[in-house]
Ligand binder design. Structure first.
Ligand code: GLA
Length: 351
């Protein structure tokens, strides 16, 4: 079942809605037209109690002012572009600088802060088809880009399919920025969650969180999640890479790289609730972000719960950040005639 709800108005008077998808299994998903953001994802614990496991805000004003990107769709280019400058076919382009010396998550008004067109598709597995037209030159990016994101709620999972086409060669790297806490979004630290990630390399960064270009083996570092361990076990801020970023905020590269169809790449487990989240994707990488910047007292979470660092984590499936500056990184350029098409599934169970 899908229901539509009013969530306030933009400065120009246009109304913003949220859509609540409820599956007969009991799980539910709420998506906001602004940024196509996941506002609520309610899944059961081992006693059958449903809780929202993603961070969100109560008011539209917080979504408009936020720099957390709670649950939002991110584009055209997820993560940072060093100095915002890049070249395609000998031509220089500039993306808006909004994060220290870098362009972050699409620029001044990224896809996270745009109103998407939403088409509900009710049925056994309710779905929303979100579309966005990003005109040639928007945020400095070349080419008209047409993006379609399909959220489908199945009995135990949320699937997100990202598709895009362009009429000029342009960078595209899309993701979703949901912040998870499997104990419930307001249940405190995520450092006790167990995490497994099938990633054998990670990208060290400089102090501006720009990858240095090195692909380093995770072996013997805090980034080795190939065998499950708690997120907190090696969360040692004395470790140089973690010190620079204030915690985990790094791209990890899946051992098997990009695949044809989504495969299981990550699994998180919260011992008190028993909730398990599996991440399946065909993307080559994931940004593991431990919510280190969650400390803005002006924008409390839903219910007035204060922002606290490491109270939620993100597994943002994507291609490598700042790939435009490194020939040996993933190709994030989309050409006319090609179709960008990736899917990530967040699947829930209990243990
Ligand atoms: C990404 C970045 C972080 C931070 C958040 C948004 O995950 O890697 O450094 O900017 O987005 O707050």
């Amino acid at each position: 079942m899908i229901t539509k709800h009013d969530f306030g108005a933009l400065a120009d008077g246009s109304r913003v809605h949220s859509y609540l998808l409820q599956h007969k299994s009991g799980i539910s998903l709420r998506i906001l037209e602004l940024g196509g953001a996941i506002m609520e994802l309610c899944v059961p614990d081992r006693n059958g109690r449903f809780t929202n496991v993603v961070a969100s805000y109560d008011s539209l004003a917080d979504y408009l002012l936020d720099t957390t990107y709670f649950g939002a769709l991110i584009g055209r280019v997820a993560n940072r572009i060093a100095k915002g400058k890049y070249e395609i076919d000998g031509r220089e382009y500039s993306a808006f600088i909004n994060n220290g010396p870098s362009s972050l998550h699409g620029g001044r008004i990224g896809f996270s802060h745009r109103l998407w067109t939403v088409e509900p598709r009710d049925g056994e597995d309710p779905a929303l088809i979100l579309t966005l037209h990003s005109p040639d030159g928007e945020e400095g990016y070349p080419g008209n880009l047409d993006v379609t994101v399909t959220y489908t709620l199945t009995a135990d999972a949320v699937s997100i399919r990202y598709e895009a086409v362009t009429d000029q060669r342009t960078p595209v790297n899309l993701t979703n920025h949901a912040y998870f806490n499997l104990g419930g979004y307001a249940s405190g630290s995520i450092l006790g969650h167990t995490l497994r990630l099938d990633a054998d390399r990670f990208l060290p960064t400089d102090a501006d969180l720009i990858p240095t270009g090195e692909l380093r083996a995770v072996e013997g570092t805090p980034f080795d999640f190939r065998t499950p361990k708690t997120i907190g076990r090696d969360f040692d801020l004395a470790y140089p890479e973690l010190a620079l970023a204030g915690g985990y905020d790094h791209c990890l590269c899946f051992t098997a790289g990009e695949t044809e169809t989504p495969v299981l790449r990550a699994e998180a487990f919260e011992p008190i609730s028993g909730r398990v989240m599996q991440v399946l994707t065909n993307q080559p990488c994931v940004q593991l972000y431990a919510g280190n910047f969650l400390k803005d007292p002006a924008h409390p979470l839903s219910g007035g719960y204060p922002q606290t660092p490491q109270s939620a984590f993100c597994l943002e499936t994507q291609k490598m950040p700042d790939a435009l500056h490194h020939a040996h990184f993933d190709n994030i350029l989309l050409s006319p005639g090609e179709r960008y098409d990736y899917t990530t599934v967040y699947r829930f169970s209990v243990s």
